[in-house]
Design a protein around this ligand. Sequence first.
Ligand code: SAM
Ligand code: SF4
Length: 328
Amino acid sequence: MQDGFGRKIDYLRISVTDRCNFRCQYCMSEKMTFMPKTELLTLEEITLIAERFIGHGIRKIRLTGGEPLVRRDMKDVIQRLGRKVQSGELEELTLTTNGSLLTEYADHLATHGMRRINVSMDTLDPVRFGEITRGADVKVVLEGIKAAKAAGIQIKINMVALRDFNEDDLLPMAEYCATNGHDLTIIETMPLGDVGADRKIAHIPVAEFVAPLHDLYTLSPVAHRSAGPARYVSVEPLGLRLGMITPLSNNFCDDCNRLRLTTDGKIFMCLGHNAHVDLRAAVRKDGIASVDQLLQQALKLKPLRHDFNAQLEGSAEILERHMNVTGG
Ligand code: SAM
Ligand code: SF4
């Protein structure tokens, strides 16, 4: 598949639920309203749509949310899509998770073809972790990560850079990741949905956030690329691969290969735009074959780039969707 700007599209992110057992301050407001369950795609619809997309050239799928592992029928979704990895139709099936349920899921993920996952953890400090997630326990996440590693899954830690909150946590996090053989990726906050706070205050460019590493280590660009937007450096002699996701400070849309399927069955071609097509209504009315034509329509909707800087400044179309609906 190609979009209107000639970019190859082969990576699908599916938000399998908008619900979550955390309430991270940059992702959600304290009192979130979630979609009624009848609006969510069923397990059957998710897998049928994903399989149809694979037929059109999707090679990598990331399951995300909300917290994907809180969905009751997740084991079935993973098992069914995992078969596509085992048959070679899909290169990769991955997951972004807050890690809280990994102890229960690790073996299931590994058995069904999941070789690497992203786990979000913004600090190792239990008090700060409780604060940013509004009540979660970092010990549970660390145990989950251990279980996933023991099951043979490679881990990348996602850490959102938050000014005046977790700058001091970078060095301990880098050391923890290096010691345990995990990659680490730093992410700039994006203005998605109202979280009841001024996003400008928390925003910090990744280059500024990682600056303290330069005092202790040598950072050199490396050729490694994952399917997503991170750019990587090696941090030596620590022995850490560090990714940086810089939607605001260094736009990476030129080689964007992604499309997103939301919890309620909409295709969004860009996290930062409201344009979408509604698959759920069409699939429920006309059957799964209607995906083919709507996918072609969606490809034409993919914008050249997002507008997060203008949105952060309040001078562009506001994005009311929170990150948990479109999926990270
Ligand atoms: N619940 C899972 C988790 O936290 O990993 C998956 C969904 S979460 C929305 C996916 C990723 O998006 C996480 O790494 C999270 O830190 C990040 N995220 C959430 N809201 C964000 C925002 N406004 N800006 C940047 N990253 C955000
Ligand atoms: Fe939940 Fe992930 Fe959002 Fe945190 S970032 S509230 S864990 S969906």
